[in-house]
Design a protein around this ligand. Sequence first.
Ligand code: FAD
Length: 448
Amino acid sequence: MKRRQFIGRLGNTSLFILAGGISTFNTKKITTTEEFLFIEAEGFADMGGWSLDQQSMEQMGSPYLLAHGLGISVDDAVTKVEFPSDGTYRVWVRTRDWVAPWKAPGAPGKFQLLIENKALDETFGTKSAVWHWHDGGTVKVNKKATVALHDLTGFEGRCEAILFCKDIDFEPTNDLEALSKFRRKLLKLPNKPDDGGEYDLIVAGGGLAGTCAAISAARNGIKVALVQDRPVLGGNGSSEVRVWPEGHTNKEPYPHIGDIVNEILPPIQKSQGQVLNGVASSYYYDALKLKIVKDEPNIRLLLDHRVIEVETDGDIIEALIIQNTRTARQKRLKGTFFTDCTGDANIGYKAGADYEYKAQNLMGSTNLFNVLDASNMEEVLACECKDKGALAMKCEIGEVEQPFPPCPWALDLSDKSFPGRKGVKTFGREGLEAFANMWYWESGFNKD
Ligand SMILES: Cc1cc2nc3c(=O)[nH]c(=O)nc-3n(C[C@H](O)[C@H](O)[C@H](O)COP(=O)(O)OP(=O)(O)OC[C@H]3O[C@@H](n4cnc5c(N)ncnc54)[C@H](O)[C@@H]3O)c2cc1C
């Protein structure tokens, strides 16, 4: 039997037809919130070893949890839930097979759903290149239960949400707009964003640029909101990414440019004159950055909030709509001035500003991939950046042999030549050869 392709009605609000081209609105059965349990993966009480990824929440309607374990299964994400009533439910899990876009075998991101420690028969992360609701079959539950995401591979399994439906013929929508309404209704979230206040300056993005901008503005006496979509400040320069900042700061004629960076991220120890990227998380002083910002009375800090929408009047930005990455609750922040410190011009783009995005030879001295013609040796060898250590990588030889799992989904780049840099010796090798096996491995050339 084909399942009904509709969402039905929740309370008084009509929700519409699901994706799939069905054009009649079936109102025979009214579905109420009492018949569903909607669990946001990012709302799990204990995320275990799963990481919250918020970077594509506008595109896919929500953050999701990612099992990033470098081939070793991560610990279970666990939460306690209460069903509307005990009984039988159909389970749906919103996920995808992330290697399906290039039709690779293996489905690396496999995971299970455990209810009261018992796995459903279905394995998730095994179907479809796009995010979709994967049918997990039916399950009998008591009113209260413990639900867990159990990673099977450690290779980027991903789960956005879990839906339990009393009506086992019900099929949730994959249409983003309809899903968003459905989600907000079931989570009992208001239709409109809360009033988040009014500010002289709103800083979007709490990397080093945004954090320093907010501190500087606040110390100059204006009222600032700092919106950061991670639980820590610093962006690439935080313990989460571990890139060490190396700006040409404190130089004449502006000797004080860089003072705030030095205050929030004291100069790192250097080894043989080299900056130590990727060192222990304590070197990135997340707690210090947080303390300095929290001590500024003029800053309202909104961690775990992502700007998802920009409101404009003509060419002028008036407000930002932000969403909590754990609870999906939204706020509207009104401002006079705005600064886009998202690291990728996210706010400007959303505001409709002109932009240019193109591959163009060398994109900067620390760029990972030189977009040039690798078969043109003249061009390749001319690519000698001043920054000799730009492609730093840290390896240590271990004492115990480690297994490396087979990766049938990996792209085979072994027959490709990579652009290198002359005069740079890495592991005793130089030029193209030296770079053949390094960061480019994961870059997928210019496709990533
Ligand atoms: C692999 C790599 C290696 C590098 N190596 C070095 C190096 O060795 N030395 C060096 O000096 N520089 C290095 N850089 C460059 C350096 O990391 C950047 O110049 C610097 O991080 C830029 O800081 P930022 O604050 O502008 O952006 P980011 O550090 O990117 O911070 C932006 C923050 O905004 C948040 N954000 C994004 N969108 C939103 C939104 N919509 N709402 C709310 N928050 C949002 C992001 O999560 C992020 O935390 C490297 C960069 C990369 C990628």
